[in-house]
Write a protein that binds this ligand. Structure first.
Ligand code: SF4
Length: 251
């Protein structure tokens, strides 16, 4: 029996039996007349392979746009890139890496000085917290070396699956997953590769469509195409090398 406090708001009150019956009927009518949209797409590895082939021809030099010389610099740059352009991050990191050249130096950074240095990348307080937490963990647990596994990376403060994938793929050349950022999410949907909207589910849908050895490059290609052609507001479908195989093409 559901016990509802006497002063509970009306939405917590138990439903009377006749209303319950009506509600069940309405629900079943809705289920029969309006089937829920399928969340799986019909994308095939062949479709994905053709997309990869054409984008690789169009952007043979696609690569990580965050300037870095090692895994430490890349993990720092990737944390800074949340809700910020890579161009802006690249303007901030030279001075940052000069002042804090490794995890030990960053772990001992003065919080206010760090906040001031990264302010222009936005969300600077939470990014400062992530950078200090990540650097302290790397310095203490891994002797200053950025770890090389998804499990260890995602256990670091401020490091999620996307950042870990960026580091593994670009600093260590390990294809452990696919980076899903805003461009990859948008293009995956437009190209009919998945109907998912959650980044983790998008990644899970993309992985079986591409050979493992292509996973890092897939995201570089989709990001490049998203920046240059398949823009969020106005996709340039008339210039797109995929317009005859894209289910969202406007031409
Ligand atoms: S055809 Fe248009 S919507 Fe499809 S990928 Fe190209 S630019 Fe994007």
């Amino acid at each position: 029996m559901t016990v509802v406090p006497v002063d509970a708001p009306p939405y917590l009150a138990p439903m009377p039996p006749h209303a319950r019956a009506r509600s069940t009927k309405t629900a079943s009518r809705r289920r029969t007349t309006r089937p829920r949209a399928r969340s799986k797409s019909n994308a095939t590895p062949e479709h994905a392979s053709e997309i990869y082939r054409r984008l690789h021809l169009a952007y043979p030099d696609a690569h990580c746009a965050l300037n870095h010389r090692n895994a430490y610099e890349l993990i720092v740059a990737t944390i800074l890139s949340a809700q910020c352009t890579d161009v802006r991050v690249n303007m901030v990191t030279p001075a940052l890496f000069a002042k804090y050249p490794n995890a030990e130096a960053l772990a001992n950074a003065d919080r206010e000085t760090l906040e001031e240095m990264i302010k222009s990348t936005g969300f600077f307080r939470s990014k400062t917290k992530s950078l200090l937490g990540m650097a302290q963990a790397v310095a203490e647990r891994y002797n200053g070396q950025v770890p090389r596994s998804m499990e260890e990376l995602t256990a670091l403060p401020g490091v999620g699956r996307k950042t870990a994938n960026v580091v593994l793929g670009n600093a260590f050349e390990m294809n452990d997953g696919i980076v899903v950022d805003t461009h990859v999410a948008r293009l995956s949907k437009r190209l009919g590769l998945t109907k998912e909207t959650d980044p983790v589910k998008i990644e899970r849908a993309l992985m079986p469509l591409f050979p493992r050895g292509h996973w890092t490059m897939v995201s570089h290609l989709l990001i490049e195409h998203g920046r240059r052609v398949c823009e969020a507001r106005r996709p340039k479908c008339e210039q797109c090398v995929l317009n005859d195989i894209c289910p969202s093409s406007l031409v």
